[in-house]
Design a protein around this ligand. Structure first.
Ligand code: FAQ
Length: 330
């Protein structure tokens, strides 16, 4: 869709110290970097990786909730869930388009997802066995996504930052619909409250690791902070999320499943108990409960959709031919 010529743009750029200094000065001056601007190859590569992973997460993220569209408990819940899942599909499309401005194609990104080369968020490898999981995903997963994405609205790369503005508005609606489901269950019959608590128990820790490994193990963190792709570190965002979410759990009388959780008056922040990072890396490496199903579902969707892509290309060619013929006849 976007100019393929951009792929080689860096080849013409000598990344000498003066070039890198000029680029960093633009970043430090809070200028937005746009698709045709010269940029270090590493900056381009980091963005393609992160935006691509983000796009895949939105698309794979449609699956756990999509599982409940036919079983939502009322027409109102069904309409809201349907709209939410469609929004996630839209977010994926804005993000693929933003990544394409850097010279990668959607087909390349899809190929990397299906071959396991590109990652998507660990969170979407957990199952959704009960209706309360839909509440927990909206409340916690969209809540974590907002915490991560609001700073991305100020990312130094223009197309990514602009895509995030609309995405964040929609995520905010998603978070509220999820919290409202949890509130309704938590104030319902004892069995409903148990279901809400059980969902919180299962989604709490996976939501905390969505922010990535601890800063000490974050491979890309420092460079992405220097380039103002990231504005906060993984641990800073995790802390902000916990601080915002614990009072929300207390308000609906649910218990955060962390016996070591403590308010620290000095830092004005919660301290959390140990995170199981082995479990995180197991899931990231493809051994979570749902990894195989998720990729199988995406592969099937891609193969089933081949005729639609072929038809769209054929239609485009037909229109171009007609347009050229009409111009020639003028
Ligand atoms: N899962 O060096 P860092 C959503 C990987 S959207 C899997 O710290 P970085 C909306 C990381 O890629 C959710 N892998 O990396 C929704 C790297 O591996 P690599 C997605 C992870 O990039 C809601 C390695 O670990 N959001 O939820 C994860 O500086 C409901 C080392 O990590 C975004 O993608 C993980 N959780 O920081 C949809 C936001 N964490 O690439 C449907 C944009 C880390 O070297 C329903 N992304 N890794 O092979 C970011 O902000 C960053 O990429 C981080 C990671 C913060 C995720």
């Amino acid at each position: 869709m976007y100019a393929q010529g951009l792929i080689g743009a860096d080849a013409a750029t000598t990344e000498d110290a003066a070039f890198l200094e000029r680029f960093q000065a633009r970043i430090d001056a809070e200028e937005k970097i746009e698709p045709n601007d010269p940029m270090p190859a590493g900056y381009r590569k980091t963005l393609i990786r992160q935006i691509g992973q983000h796009a895949h997460s939105e698309i794979v993220g449609m699956l756990p909730e999509g599982n409940w569209i036919t079983r939502a408990p009322s027409l109102r819940r069904k309409a809201a869930l349907l709209a939410k899942v469609q929004d996630e599909g839209g977010h994926g499309l804005y993000l693929y388009a933003a990544a394409e401005t850097l010279g990668v194609t959607r087909d390349q990104m899809t190929e990397e997802l299906l071959s396991g080369k590109a990652k998507y968020s660990s969170i979407f490898n957990y199952p959704t066995p009960t209706w309360a999981d839909i509440g927990a995903i909206g409340w916690l997963v969209d809540g974590a996504a907002i915490m991560n994405q609001i700073p991305l609205c100020r990312c130094s790369y223009g197309p990514y930052a602009r895509a995030m503005i609309r995405v964040c508005k929609e995520e905010s609606f998603h978070q509220r619909q999820g919290y409202e489901i949890m509130m309704t269950l938590a104030r319902g019959a004892p069995a409903q409250k148990d279901m809400a608590q059980d969902a919180l128990n299962r989604w709490w820790w996976p939501s905390l690791v969505m922010f990535g490994p601890p800063d000490s193990d974050s491979v890309h963190g420092d460079q992405s902070m220097a380039w103002k792709i990231k504005r906060f570190t993984n641990d800073e965002l995790r802390r902000k999320f916990i601080n915002a979410t614990v009072p929300q759990a207390e308000f609906i009388d649910l218990t955060v499943p962390d016996p070591d959780l403590r308010w620290n008056d000095d830092t004005q922040s919660y301290e959390h108990g140990p995170i199981d990072w082995d479990e995180f890396w197991r899931v990231v490496k493809g051994h979570g409960q749902m990894n195989r199903d998720r990729i199988a579902a995406r592969r099937k969707a891609w193969e089933d959709g081949a005729w639609v892509r072929d038809a769209a290309v054929a239609h485009g060619e037909k229109r171009r031919t007609r347009h050229t013929a009409a111009l020639a006849a003028e």
